[in-house]
Design a protein around this ligand. Structure first.
Ligand code: EPZ
Length: 433
């Protein structure tokens, strides 16, 4: 089994580059299905398991996809005729595949996508996706574990989202680009990845305004064409590195990091005593010898991102005193805490509220990831734990981080990734995928 093996206690110092955002590239790849002419070229593509899965989904729909990993470039040609069914075995691997529903429906008038399952962090319903598509005129049925959507023509509508769902906002936005008339999405998600998707769609010829605010306006057009687009930097990877610098009393420059994409984290780390300097070339993070406790509540953007919650709980454990973490977005996102308890963390969970007792005397242990951001949190805990930490189930980590161990090693961490057999024999792994 592959493991990341860490010996804690090393201060991080130096400069780290951040890849393109996982949560931007996936909807952007789905958007390429809307181009009936030309080729879509995407740069700064992160080399992640989810990108390979989405590539397979697009190819199963008969799009032509070329992924130049050394250049981190994707070329997608969807100008030919597409099929309309996304297969179960791919959607079950990655629930985000549901994002092809909107573009297929808009382009072909029909779409059949396997119903995505839940995952470790929650049941992950898609009722808001379907509500929006129905309001655009789609007839949607569910049978045999598949969602079938049909529409002779999509008509613009005023759609209110009960919750500012990222996926629902994206699916509706994608479908509305080719609808007849104007669509308003009220209480829309405001994440930077929504803005990046809207920029790409506008480059393809769509008429979109208001992305990044709670109201997005889309005026339908007849067709969209290919374009070239550079993926926005991954604010969650950048935030993960900021926490790594903060807890190791380090001094790390997060190259080209965008301050306003991580305003909540920067504010909270500053409250804890971390020195954060926003410069032209990125964000410099200097961790103090002592961290102050801080209370955090996750919220949709521009609130504190749920995708940085597990990582932040490690910083709170390292603070001198009691901190509170309140997770309001997902119903089961404290799974990493069971593993942190095995590293001697002391905390109580009351529903979606976590009471964390710092300063923790974390001890290295064999731990297992349960989901993507939990995996990152366990690696961070290993950086500051006494002794050796071994993190397993790295398939979760590979969904959202590329060569995290290498990036941390270059900053001074004692960390490696190895394939460990039943006798404990190690074979070093240099490349994760
Ligand atoms: C996106 O998931 C991200 N994934 C998640 O990142 C992220 O945590 C989440 O947005 C919130 O920011 C991608 O972009 C691929 P939501 P998504 O729809 O779209 C409820 C990571 O670690 N909801 O905003 O699925 C839902 O149950 C991953 O990178 C409905 O009730 O998130 C949840 O409680 C994890 N009905 C809340 O909204 C719906 O129809 C947020 O979900 C849709 C969602």
């Amino acid at each position: 089994m592959e493991e990341i093996i860490i010996h804690g206690g090393h201060r991080l110092e130096g400069t780290v580059m951040i890849d393109g955002a996982k949560n931007a590239i996936l909807p952007i790849m789905a958007a390429s299905l809307l181009a009936t002419s030309g080729v879509t070229e995407i740069e700064d593509v992160p080399i992640l398991a989810d990108v390979f899965t989405m590539t397979s989904v697009l190819e199963s729909l008969a799009a032509q996809v070329g992924f130049d990993q050394t250049q981190q470039k994707l070329q997608i040609d969807a100008s030919g005729s597409l099929t309309h069914e996304a297969p179960f075995e791919l959607v079950s691997q990655m629930r985000a595949s549901i994002i092809v529903l909107g573009p297929l429906l808009a382009r072909l008038g029909v779409a059949k996508v396997a119903m995505p399952g839940g995952c470790a962090i929650g049941s992950r319903p898609i009722d808001l996706h379907l509500k929006g598509l129905r309001q655009l005129g789609a007839r949607i049925t569910q049978n045999g574990g598949y969602i079938e959507a049909r529409a002779t023509k999509l008509i613009g509508a005023d759609i209110y989202l009960d919750f500012p769902s990222v996926g629902a906002t994206e699916n509706i936005m994608l479908a509305a680009t080719l609808a007849e008339g104007t669509t308003f999405i009220e209480n829309a998600a405001r994440e930077p990845e929504i803005v990046d998707l809207a920029i790409m769609l506008s480059e393809m010829g769509a008429h979109i305004s208001g992305a990044g605010t709670e109201t997005i306006k889309i005026v339908g057009v007849k067709s969209l064409h290919g374009t070239s687009h550079q993926v926005v930097q991954d604010r969650i990877e950048a935030g993960t590195m900021m926490v790594a610098a903060a807890i190791t009393h380090g001094k790390v420059l997060i190259k080209n990091a965008i301050g306003h994409h991580n305003r909540p984290l920067i504010s909270k780390l500053t409250e804890m005593g971390v020195t954060i300097t926003e410069r032209d070339d990125g964000i410099l993070v200097e961790g103090p010898t002592h961290l102050r406790p801080v209370n955090v509540k996750t919220l949709p953007h521009p609130g504190f991102p749920t995708d940085l919650q597990p990582q932040m709980t490690v910083a709170q454990l390292m603070a001198d005193g009691v901190s509170v973490m309140n997770e309001t977005v997902f119903e089961n996102r404290f799974m990493h805490m069971n593993e942190l308890r095995r590293m001697n963390a002391d905390f109580e969970i009351e529903g979606n509220t976590l009471l964390l007792h710092g300063k923790a005397d974390l001890r290295g242990a064999q731990v297992e990831a349960t989901d993507l951001r939990a995996a990152a949190a366990l690696v961070l805990a290993g950086l500051v734990a006494e002794g050796e930490t071994r993190v397993g189930q790295l398939q979760y980590l590979d969904r959202g981080y590329y060569l995290l161990h290498q990036k941390l090693s270059r900053l001074g961490a004692d960390i490696r990734r190895s394939d460990v057999d039943e006798n404990g024999e190690e074979r070093p792994i240099l490349n994760a995928l």
